[in-house]
Design a protein around this ligand. Sequence first.
Ligand SMILES: NC(=O)c1ccc[n+]([C@@H]2O[C@H](COP(=O)([O-])OP(=O)(O)OC[C@H]3O[C@@H](n4cnc5c(N)ncnc54)[C@H](O)[C@@H]3O)[C@@H](O)[C@H]2O)c1
Length: 376
Amino acid sequence: MRRFDVAIVGTGAVAALHAEALSGLAGRARVVAAVDVDEQRRTQFGTRFGVRRLHRDLDELLAAGPPDIVVLCTPPGLHAEQAITCLDRGITVLCEKPPALSLAELDRITAHTAADGPYFATVFQQRFGSGGLALAGLCRDGGFGRPTAAVCDTLWHRPDEYFALPWRGRWETEGGGPTMGHGIHQMDLMLAVLGPWSEVVAIAARQARPTATEDLSCALVTFENGTIATVANSLVSPRQTSYLRFDFTQATAELTHLYGYRDADWAVTGAPGHEERVGTLWTSRLTGVDSGHAAQFRHVLDALEASVPPPVTPADARSTMELVAAVYASAFTGRRVRRGEIGPGSPFYERMAGTGAPWPAPAEAVTGPGPVAGPG
Ligand SMILES: NC(=O)c1ccc[n+]([C@@H]2O[C@H](COP(=O)([O-])OP(=O)(O)OC[C@H]3O[C@@H](n4cnc5c(N)ncnc54)[C@H](O)[C@@H]3O)[C@@H](O)[C@H]2O)c1
């Protein structure tokens, strides 16, 4: 078994989840270095996780000795430039979501990968719980019949202070609001289950938060297999929930959670006459794996050991990013948007804001007691 040396770039909130996940992988990977422009953060991170090699920027890390994998936990606006720097040195990159600020940036990153490595993978950890993997398999092999309808709700709450971090709530640095930054996890899981989407009609609004981006979007998404989904992405919902529902001709599968799920968070109901078969089939596919960074890391390391592209591949992440772009394009132009329509030359290809949000920009300063952490 090969052991992979990992460097984490950006030692803020999410980096701790990576370090914890990596430490539980039975020696298959270890964090050998960490990078942050903020000295206090990188020192605290080094002390907490026993990482001795600490660098103040990516160039210094690479000059001191390149690792096997760089994990990018920096704000979204830095992902493309940092990923390309690593890929051009032959280093595989695992990048936090969103992988880039736009489809154009993601395509640029992908152009620096190669079929036999270096690879670029995006962290979409909700795909890797055993319930999500089981349902994707059942959708592919028809075990629950044909999918017809779906619900994809990310109804979260972030107070104004959450946006005091300078990169949040701005198109240029976060790339979008809850559609791009929060609901993207659930939409990605929905796409992992249902496959390619084909058409979107959407509305976006800024209801309450002091952001340039939306704080609410609602969409109707049609899939190539005929499924029709309602999708809501909110940061203005005090009773928070993440809810996914998939109706098949022979079963309904529901997932209710917040930031991650276990097998017990799924409920599966058979259609009349299918109850017993559906229940048995579902439980036979579960393996007790919680969704999360550790679950994705195992799949990434398996792929690297087998010399194949690790998940989530640029093509899979692109489908999710294109859905995000299509939600904004439909919301801001009032048109129905088809997959494949947003390419070079479209303003929504270059930036998620495309032709521009219809609401006025907020006052620059965000007031409040200071930054509030929250999973994104
Ligand atoms: N998968 C998830 O569940 C999840 C959860 C939270 C955040 N995220 C994503 O992770 C990324 C980081 O989010 P966060 O909440 O940890 O942000 P954060 O602001 O807490 O941390 C970012 C860190 O990057 C550092 N940094 C900034 N510029 C840098 C540079 N040039 N080189 C090195 N370090 C630099 C900052 O000093 C900071 O410590 C974002 O893309 C976010 O969307 C994903």
